[in-house]
Write a protein that binds this ligand. Sequence first.
Ligand SMILES: Nc1ncnc2c1ncn2[C@@H]1O[C@H](COP(=O)(O)OP(=O)(O)OP(=O)(O)O)[C@@H](O)[C@H]1O
Length: 632
Amino acid sequence: MRLISYYLGAVRRVTSTLRAAVALVARAAPRRTAAVTALQLTSAALLGAQVLIGREALAAVLDARPGGGDAVLPLAALAVTSAVAGLAAPALALQNRLLGELAQRAAYDRILDVTTAVDLHRFDDPDFADHLQRVRANAVSRPLLVTNALMQLLGAGAAIVVLSLALLALHPMLPPILLAIGLPLLLVSRRGGAAEFAFAVTQSPSARLRDHLRSVLTGREEAREVRAYELSGSFRERYGHANDRYLEDLRALVNRRHRQAALAGVLAAGATALTLVVLLALTRGPVTLADAGAAVLAVKLLSSRLEQAFTAAGTLYESSLFLADLGRFTALAPDGPAGPGRPAPADGFAVLHARGLSFRYPGAARPALDGVDLTVRRGEVIGLVGENGSGKSTLALLLAGLLPPTGGSIAWDGTDLAGLDPLTVRRHVAVLFADPIRYALSVADNIAPGTADTGAPGPRAAVARSARAAGADDLVRRLPAAYDTPLSTEYAGGTNLSDGQWQRIALARACHRDARLVILDEPATALDPRAEHELFETVRTLFAGRTVIVISHRLANVRTADRIVVLAGGRIAEQGDHDTLMAAGGPYADLFALQADGYLPAAAVHVRADEAGEGVSAPAVDDPGAGWVCRT
Ligand SMILES: Nc1ncnc2c1ncn2[C@@H]1O[C@H](COP(=O)(O)OP(=O)(O)OP(=O)(O)O)[C@@H](O)[C@H]1O
């Protein structure tokens, strides 16, 4: 009884796997799937034809009288069917390969649907990271395995039907005996599949560590630091240990699967032998040599096709756990890119209100932001300052609609951002991150990613305008292929830029986006003093009519802002313009005086906020980038 329910469970699992596998492959390439299916069915029909024509050919040869031509026709038919079957096999293998690649692409598309749509904070969740690592690793090999197994199952299944019909004619008991003995193969594969999936789950964190160490030891960006800190020895050792542990676990798994495969092989061989014995025992009366020959051929072919079918079913079962894993991952994507029925925001906003804004990163003990109230009006330039970890970048990500608040709300002209289409909200925002991505693509693609590769004159002129605004046009024109130069020495004709030049390109990217809200997170850390000074002097004209939030540790850069917001421990400590904050003598005045100290000549009088009060509120800073000139 238990065995039957075990069988039924396995059959049910294979059926649902089949549905998932067919959906993956057929959706990836419907026409090619139909063509390969037709080819598989033709191959199966040819197999049956070979048995029947073989029987005729054998009878004709045994019967043939000297000089007679009776055997010629069946022999010629046998040659033709064998030749066509021989041609079909490589064609099938090649088509399966293409189909597998298409299925792989479809699987990867499903992963990209998730990674490009989920909320940013997902990437800080270790469970998500493990899941992503697993589906990425499997998306490379599983679709190919599933496609091959599916097609093998189809071909073998059709051949089994055809050959069973031929065997039924010889004895009705033969096909059921073969099927009954073949089922244990499926169970063996099922155990192997479960072990394989459990192995992948437990190995996910180790696989991520090995991936990371591999990229550190092979990456271009990492190469300098690996040398400067002499990391190659210790990191290779760590990589070696992680690999050793992985290979030890893999060896145990492989040994277990070897034992299972040996058992499956013995069962398959036993099935063939037993069927032949049964055939002999059940056959009474005289048997013609042609019938016997055809029966042996059919039993041999049938048992090999059964083995093929059960192995394919086992592979599909093994893959079913991975397909289900991919299905669960796909389900993480939001329902639709915009959320059903959410309206797009009006063109920008007149006023932005943050009310009781809080945010806690997954697993963090303390909130990064805690009850922030902030009002920002169109056209304002806001400076956002505070010590490391005070929540500036987190606040910027929330205002940009890149992180959903865990408490409180953000409203554009009274409409809560949570009720608006997030994609169109983001279209109204440009963010220059503190560590912007350096795309290994052309300059034009770096300034206008995703839109500049057409090379059309219109977009190109706009790209050049943005570069000019960010002070990057001159440096680009000096490059070998100007805006078409690849910004990576790993490509022919490519080049690399200095950190400051990269920062200008990233600034050009922010300028290029016609956004209402511009967030500049430490935009000048790599700029030379003159460029830094120019940037902050021109920020209003550069982004005229837009709202600009500048995050900077260099307070001289934000002193001309309409308002300066000081964050401390995720809360707003104080806000106001430079003069007001200096007069208040709070944390801003303290920090400002501290920085100003660093620019004073040795002979200068140290003027601290607490000593000087108003005197410091307007230090004679003519050119903060070029050096401070304070009253002595
Ligand atoms: N992805 C993250 N996952 C977990 N905690 C984070 C993450 N990013 C930031 N934090 C934490 O949130 C708090 C605020 O970080 P945030 O980056 O907003 O500070 P910041 O003011 O921009 O700092 P800095 O001046 O150093 O750039 C910090 O305590 C930080 O450790």
